[in-house]
Design a protein around this ligand. Sequence first.
Ligand code: PLP
Length: 418
Amino acid sequence: MKEAERLNITRSLELFEEAKTLVPGGVLGARKPGDFIMGEYPIFLEYGKGCRLIDVDGNEYIDFLCGYGPIILGYREEEVDDAVIRQIKDKGFCFSLTQPYQNELAKKLNRFIPSAELSIFLKTGSDATTAAIRIARAYTGKVKVMRCGYHGWHDWCVEMKGGIPEKFYEDVYEFHYNDLERLEELMAKHGNQTAAIIMTPFGHPLHQKMQVPKPGFLEGVRELANKYGAVLVFDEVRTCFRLRMGGAQELYGVTPDLTVLGKGMANGYAISVVTGKKDVMMAAASKLFISSTFFPNSDGYIAALKTIEIMEREKVIENIWEKGERFMKKIQTLIDKYNVGAELTGVAPMFFITFDGSNADLVRGKRTDFYTQMIRKGFFFTPHHHAYISYRHTEEDLALTLQAIEESMAYVSEKYKE
Ligand SMILES: Cc1ncc(COP(=O)(O)O)c(C=O)c1O
């Protein structure tokens, strides 16, 4: 059984010790070492380029987390960075009034996203999901919300409830992806008071296998929203400009009333959007207040415009689907060959290797061993979150990755042999 050598992450660990004296817990949220494998993964990165990362100890990785989603092209994509730097140097990006790029970007979104008519621009996905819910409540005059998937860290939807009075989320009910029956039950009970159904149109529940829609699922949700007069919101923060330019709604042919997007649209620069049908979106103009000092900063708009231009010109989505589908087929062949209870779910642009087993310890053991081998070999996947493919992953990068997956599967197979 050939075990990969443990990485030297001394500098990461030193910085983490120092960080714990400066930042609660050292690093926040999904960047915590506990969300990876303690002692195996780096904690601090030095730089990245294309699909590669270098940590503070000088270890190099081929990366499949893509900054948790925003990196659709690659790290330090020169054309995008140059456009932003030019804007900063030649014109500036932070003013008391809005620069005209918002109109240009809104027109682009109208071209690509089936539900887009009017748009508002914010910074983070959490800003945008929260804004969408506020708009839906203002538009309908109703309070309750049905939700499915991760929608960010704000009071109404975050999983960890510490610090949040119950009244802030008591009107929010959860249903699971592909479980139309549960949503029907909820709507039968609360439909007349429901302002919004918000869901990821492609199933990527936290830490779990990914799911494509069962036939009729998305259409069924659309019908329920129509029947009860609720606003249907698709949270396409991960899927817009990744599954299709127009998101999962374009791929699956079901159009919501509002769409939330962020991540991939600007290759790492902070910008998010709520876009949707005119009559619903107009609630944002008259009935409520959404504003931030930083929302109109044009760096994100410029990055988004340039990223979208490159994606269109280079046919980035087609590129990712083509190489991703070949890659997934080969991963599946390895899973079948080694038969270690691994499962591959998702679609070419975003996929996940998970493990099954007769008990939780066995599942954890295989998962930890597989992902430990991968990180030691220099492949940055994570055990608790699906992977992404970016435009800058080359066939050669993917071939090297397949070799590492094969060796890591062989290691797990040998270690867990009956
Ligand atoms: C589907 C979805 N919605 C909303 C969010 C929140 O976005 P942000 O982290 O930019 O606040 C995320 C972040 O991962 C997400 O994946």
